[in-house]
Design a protein around this ligand. Structure first.
Ligand SMILES: [Mn+2]
Length: 422
C-alpha cells in the first residue's frame, strides 16, 4: 500500500450519522452563510514539523512505538497520510540539522509527488552541532566568533530552505542563564539583536523571519527572548520581514494567550503559531486537550481581526507537539480536527451582537454570545469540509482501519529519532 493510495474507510453508519448531523447545520444556517463558513474552513491548513512524526520523550526516557519513521522521506510519507485523511496538512517544516536533506532536490521532488510542500525551516543553535560550543549561548554569546558561527548556521538553514521552496525561517533560542549574575541581561539581548540583524540582512526578499519566545528551559533563571515583549522588541527593530511566533505552550501558567495574540495583531507583528497544549509548562500535549476554550478564544481573535481587516497577512500555522504516549499520526489527526473545530466555532460567533454587547458593557450577554458559539457541536462542519476534499469523515477510524501502522511496522524495523521538540 503506498501512502497516497490509503483508503478512506468511512462506514455507512458514520456516513448516515454525518448526514443527520450536517442536516442540523443546513437547517440552522442560511445556505450562503453555511457555504461561506465551509469555504473559510476549507482554506485553513496547518504545517507538520518533521520532529512530530515519531514518539517524543522527556529527559527521563522515551518509549518508541512500532513503525516509526527513520528518515526524512518516511516522515514525509506519514505527513502525507495526515494530509490525505484531513485535507489540511499540506506542508512539512524541517528542522536543521536533525532532518537536513543530503539531496534537497530529491527531497523536494519526493514531497511534491506526495502532494506536499515545505513550510518554515527551523534552525538549531541550542545544541552543539558546530565547531564552537553553544553551552553558554549562541546569538547572544559573549564571544563574537561564536555569535558569527550561529549567524552562519542560520544563513545555511536559509540556503537549505531556498532549495526546498520554503519561505520562512523560525528562530527559537535556548540562550539564557541559570544564575543571577551569570549573564549581562541588557548586553545579551543587544548581541542577540545584532546577530539577528546580520541574518535579516541576508534574508531573501520574499521570506519572513519568525522569532519564538519561551519563558524558561533550558535556561532556568533568565532566557534572552523569554516573552512576547522581548520578541516584539526584536521584530520591531528588525523591520518588516520579522514577526513574532506564538507557541501556545511557551507561557507561564495562567497567561492570557489570546490577549497576547490581540496585542501582536495590533502591532502588526503576529507571524504565526505553534499549536500544542499544556498544564504546567512547555508540555507539548495535544492541541485543545487541556484548554479548548483558550484555543477557541485565540481563533476568535483571529476571526475578529480578519473581519476588521486588522490581520495584514495569514499567520503561519504549525503543530508543535511531542507525542509521548499516543501514536504520532493519530495525535496529529486528532489535532487537525481540533483546530478545524475551534476555527469553525470562532467563525460562528455573532460579531454584530458581540460588538453591541461590548459597546453597552453587557458582560453577561457578551460572554453568552461567545459561549453560544463555543458550545456548538461543529464536528459535522469539519467533517463536511474533509468529505468535500475527498478526505475522511472520521480520520482516526479510517487510519486505524487502513492498517498503515502495521504495514510500516514491518517496513521500518528500527528507528533512530531525536526525542525532543521546540
Ligand atoms: Mn515551538
Amino acid at each position: 500500500m503506498s501512502t497516497t493510495s490509503i483508503q478512506i474507510h468511512d462506514s455507512i453508519e458514520s456516513a448516515n450519522e454525518h448526514e443527520r448531523d450536517f442536516a442540523h447545520w443546513q437547517d440552522k444556517l442560511p445556505e450562503a452563510e453555511l457555504e461561506s463558513l465551509l469555504a473559510s474552513l476549507d482554506a485553513f491548513s496547518v504545517a507538520v514539523p518533521s520532529w512530530a512524526l515519531a514518539t517524543g520523550g522527556t529527559r527521563f526516557g522515551r518509549f518508541p512505538g512500532p513503525g516509526e519513521p527513520r528518515n526524512v522521506y518516511e516522515k514525509m510519507e506519514d505527513v502525507a497520510v495526515v494530509h490525505r485523511l484531513t485535507g489540511a496538512a499540506p506542508r512539512v517544516s524541517l528542522h536543521i540539522p536533525w532532518d537536513e536533506p543530503e539531496d534537497c532536490g530529491a527531497v523536494r521532488e519526493f514531497a511534491s509527488n506526495l502532494g506536499l510542500g515545505f513550510d518554515a525551516v527551523n534552525s538549531n543553535t541550542f545544541q552543539d552541532n558546530d565547531i564552537l560550543s553553544y553551552k553558554y549561548g549562541s546569538l547572544c554569546h559573549t564571544d563574537p566568533v561564536v555569535r558569527m558561527q550561529a549567524v552562519e548556521h542560520n544563513l545555511h538553514v536559509i540556503g537549505v530552505g531556498e532549495e526546498l521552496g520554503s519561505e520562512s525561517l523560525t528562530i527559537w533560542l535556548g540562550d539564557g542563564s541559570n544564575f543571577p549574575g551569570q549573564m549581562h541581561l541588557r548586553r545579551s539581548f543587544e548581541w542577540t539583536l545584532r546577530s539577528m540583524e546580520a541574518i535579516v540582512e541576508q534574508l531573501p526578499a520574499s521570506w519572513r523571519l519568525f522569532t519564538e519566545h519561551k519563558p524558561f528551559e533550558p535556561a532556568f533563571y533568565a532566557t534572552v527572548v523569554q516573552d512576547w515583549g522581548s520578541s516584539l522588541l526584536l521584530c520591531q527593530a528588525l523591520g518588516p520581514q520579522a514577526e513574532c511566533l506564538v507557541d501556545l505552550g511557551h507561557h507561564l501558567p495562567n497567561t492570557n494567550v489570546e490577549l497576547i495574540v490581540a496585542r501582536l495583531i495590533g502591532a502588526g507583528k503576529l507571524g504565526g503559531f505553534h499549536f500544542n497544549d499544556s498544564m504546567y509548562g512547555d508540555d507539548d500535549l495535544t492541541t485543545g486537550s487541556i484548554h479548548p476554550y483558550q484555543l477557541f478564544l485565540i481563533f476568535n481573535e483571529l476571526v475578529d481581526a480578519t473581519c476588521d481587516g486588522a490581520l495584514a497577512a495569514e499567520p503561519a500555522y504549525m503543530i508543535d507537539q511531542s507525542h509521548n504516549l499516543k501514536d504520532p499520526i493519530e495525535a496529529l489527526l486528532q489535532t487537525v480536527d481540533m483546530l478545524q473545530c475551534a476555527y469553525a466555532q470562532a467563525l460562528l460567533v455573532d460579531r454584530e451582537a458581540l460588538n453591541h454587547y461590548q459597546q453597552g458593557n453587557d458582560a453577561l450577554m457578551a460572554e453568552r454570545t461567545l459561549q453560544g458559539a463555543f458550545r456548538s457541536d461543529v464536528r459535522a462542519l469539519a467533517a463536511e469540509v474533509r468529505r468535500r476534499k475527498g478526505g475522511a469523515l472520521d480520520p482516526l477510524s479510517s487510519f486505524r482501519d487502513s492498517g498503515y501502522r502495521l504495514l510500516k511496522t514491518a517496513e521500518r524495523p528500527t528507528a533512530d529519532y531525536h526525542p525532543t521538540s521546540l
